[in-house]
Design a protein around this ligand. Structure first.
Ligand code: GLA
Length: 381
């Protein structure tokens, strides 16, 4: 990938720039908890974005995406926003950096990636983090890593229409080889957990479906949570996020909220606790509990939060039938992947069964990605 980028960069710009990279992510457990101030448990993966960048001394960005095979130029002011969605991510990162007082100028860039798009592995966070990290480095801005993650998140909010939480950008910036990271999204305290489950493998099965309107459905889930939080806060003013609410407090406001909002909140309150339970179980080496919690999350995401879909429920069922230790839909939902914790001895038969039965039902095989937990944003030599 790097040599392909370098070749294109020379052809386009006649010089060599510097290389930066960042990663997509997995999340073992803790879904839709981040914007509720709860816990998440992600890690960066060995699939990501690589960009070659060189400052060009102008106030223009000249960017080429190898994967889309498209060249775009844009200025750094608000009215210069490009229309191409891939370029909006880079533009958004520039704008959010400027909003934070970062003095930046134009640059030339060529980039490529291998995070499957729409798989729920945060290809967009990988792109944002690569550029946030690179601008910080190249312009010597001294922005701290948390703020770099927030630059990516704000890009989603203000330039891409997704009111996402901080998990993806955090994992993409803070990712460390061989480690998952438990993050408290309220306090931003985090802890690395070495993850090397002996006798097990983590594998993603990508349904290769992406349902339309995923981002508006995502934003609606967030609004549900905010409504319930506001209702609970009337009785318990200390509740800043849904994460702060006790299960009983939800019951107190049942009459004031819709059944749908109530189900959404029930899922979130349970999910926040599940992350803590999984971290405890991991420290004991108790993978059976880890797996059981993953199944519980799937159930909640499917029946209460309603962000699963037929294809993902199917993959989850196959996992259950094959005796897979844990399986659930990963990421925002509405398509994408399941993440599966599988014992070595049944790995091959599970993958074979999942591929064959999925193909029989949906006409194509799911894609299979073995998870390798890797480093996040960095400069390459
Ligand atoms: C998407 C968002 C994240 C998070 C997950 C669900 O990936 O970008 O902030 O909310 O969905 O856990």
């Amino acid at each position: 990938m790097k040599s392909k980028i370098a070749e294109k960069f020379r052809t386009l710009f006649g010089k060599d720039g510097e290389f930066f990279a960042s990663a997509g992510r997995i999340n073992l457990i803790g879904e839709h908890t981040d914007y509720n101030g709860g816990f998440v448990f992600p890690g960066a993966v060995d699939k990501g974005i690589i960009a070659e960048i060189m400052l060009n001394g102008t106030d223009k960005v000249c960017a080429y995406s190898i994967d889309i095979d498209e060249y775009v130029e844009f200025g750094l002011n608000e009215e210069d926003a490009p229309t191409q969605s891939w370029a909006r991510y880079i533009f958004g990162v520039c704008r959010e950096t400027v909003k934070r007082g970062g003095k930046i100028g134009g640059f030339n860039t060529v980039f490529a990636g291998d995070v499957p798009i729409g798989a729920g592995m945060s290809s967009s966070a990988a792109l944002e983090s690569t550029f946030a990290f690179a601008l910080n480095y190249l312009f010597n801005l001294k922005i701290d890593k948390f703020e770099l993650a927030r630059i990516g998140q704000a890009t989603e909010h203000n330039y891409c229409g997704v009111k996402c939480g901080i998990m993806d950008q955090f994992a993409s910036i803070f990712g460390k080889k061989g480690n998952l990271i438990r993050l408290d999204c309220k306090t931003m305290e985090y802890k690395y957990f070495p993850f090397n489950p002996e006798g097990y493998r983590l594998v993603l099965l990508d349904s290769v479906v992406k349902h339309e309107l995923a981002s508006s459905a995502y934003n609606k889930r967030r609004e549900s949570c905010e409504r319930v939080t506001a209702a609970i806060r009337k009785n318990h003013p200390e509740v800043e996020y849904l994460r702060d609410a006790k299960r009983e407090w939800l019951n107190e406001v049942k009459a004031d909220i819709t059944d749908e909002d109530c189900k959404r909140a029930e899922y979130v309150i349970e999910e926040v606790q599940r992350v803590l339970d999984v971290c405890d179980a991991l420290e004991r080496g108790d993978y059976e509990t880890v797996g059981q919690k993953m199944y519980e999350t799937h159930y909640g995401m499917s029946k209460l939060y309603e962000v699963s879909c037929e294809e993902l429920d199917f993959l989850n069922n196959v996992a259950k039938e094959c005796g897979v230790t844990g399986s659930r839909v990963m990421g925002g939902g509405f398509g994408g992947c399941t993440i599966n914790l599988v014992k070595d001895e049944i790995y091959d038969s599970f993958i074979e069964k999942a591929k064959a039965s999925f193909k029989e039902k949906f006409g194509h095989e799911p894609k299979v990605y073995e998870v390798v937990i890797s480093d996040g944003a960095r400069k390459l030599d």
